[in-house]
Design a protein around this ligand. Sequence first.
Ligand code: ADP
Length: 572
Amino acid sequence: MRLAQRLLLHSLAIIAVLVVSVVVIIDNQLHSNITEETTRTLAGEARLLALQWRLGINADSLADAAGAAVGDRVTFIDSTGHVVGDSEFDGPALERLQNHSDRPEVISARRNGSGSIRRMSPSTGEERVYVAVSAPLGVARVSVTTRTIEALFDRARNGVIAAGLISFVVAAILALLFARSVSRPITELSEVARSIAAGKGRRPPPLSAPGEVGDLSDAIYRLAEQLEGRISALAAEQSVLTALVETLNEGVLAVSRAGEVVRINETGRRLLSVDRPLPFPLDFLPRETTLRNAISLALAGTRTEPEEVLIGGNTMSLTARPLVDGGAVVALFDVTPIRQLEAVRRDFVANVSHELRTPLTVVSGFAETLRDPEIPAQRRTEFVEAIYSNTQRMERIVDELLDLSRIESGHWRPRLESVSITEVANDVLARVRERAEKKEIALRVSIASGAGSITADRTALEQILLNLVENALRYTGPKGSIVIAATRQNGGIAVSVTDTGSGIPAEHLPRIFERFYRVDTGRSREAGGTGLGLAIVKHLVEAHNGWVSAESAVAAGTTITMFFPLTSEMQS
Ligand code: ADP
């Protein structure tokens, strides 16, 4: 039930009790007042009649006249108790009336001068109020039926009830207005409080509320202001925190006490491959024992040491720690690149050692043999030749490695100048012509118009082309051909070296630019390759902001293409 209705009902109940009590009290009071007043009036009338009843006056005529005048029953009783006059009985009826000496009011009047009583009248058969006073000739008595008094009383009571009803209605209206005026500000306040609780922001306070309700309204208003301030401060803090967590390179996720993921940043989603909206149960995280154990331990209040886990091909370092309120936070750091680098470094060291070990073994073997003075001069020369060629090979490997590390370290910068591709290509071909002629390999340069010159480091370009042409020579059989070509392409110049050699199987193509990668290790070594040529080519071209690609078909030939962009920087 609403406040206004409750107030109204209570007020109405109080008013009703009050009105009924007042009516009952007034009713009682009225009853005794009317009875008293009637008795007093009757006594006055009786005394007046007593004075008029004298000797020589016909008592019955006086009784009749007086009865008609006052409207009450008038009776004159002589000193023997005989009724000598009565306004309601005449002639024989009067004669037949009993002796009234035993009537209580008559007895009392004779004894005390007056007497009154309410009793049944044996003469008229009605209940009456009698008042008798002693008179010189006997007793004068006036009586009235109680019906008359009751009628009087009823009229008065009706008035009282009407007044009670009117006051009840007026009081009810006032109570209604009062209930409304009290409940309205409270209702408005409760709406304000509800909207604050629902986070719908602040509402202006009800201005009309007086007294304590007004104070309450002010207090709620201030509370709402403070709350709003705190909420916006919290929201600001929250967004800073969210931004912070989102920018972390670490994957971070928070698990609630109930075992639900309630927060996860982008890195975390990527590392664990989850895209479910928050919150979601732990079941949606990868089924990885270390991860699950760490979360369970942290939820139980134990902080875990960093552990490495492999999830979805990524290696990550995982730490879980408990939260103050019983949840847990898991931090994931992707160590895949570090581990890959470590693997590359390990491979590299192993490769270098292996590459140097083979010629070193040869050198040390021959040197060992040469210590024997019995060896014929002819063999001795052969051995020395072998030692020399292997030393040269080691020298080349070390030189190329030094070149590579110089370029890779970023210290090397191309010295840009306008270089004629035709010139460089012809120079390079000139250096290998002798070897080519031996294998009957045709050498050709094909430069398209507009692709005659590029802005590049001349020495680097020479090294690139020499490497490629030497590869082509190495892997092309007799009667083949090698072409150095240059064409203008969108935004740059493409330089390529094409041969008609053995080609490279498709599965090896993506890896031929890696250090020490060879399709056929034995053949490459035999042909004097180090496995570093294409890696150097790739790095040199990339230092020019370009890129390399390879196309090949087994037994048909290979084309290695370098693209040099014509950026303004490159052209300057
Ligand atoms: P290498 O010194 O062994 O030639 P590179 O880095 O220059 O090393 O080349 C890597 C590998 O790619 C070679 O071992 C060879 O198997 C393959 N390759 C490179 N160029 C050619 C080519 N023109 N024709 C066929 N195979 C080639």
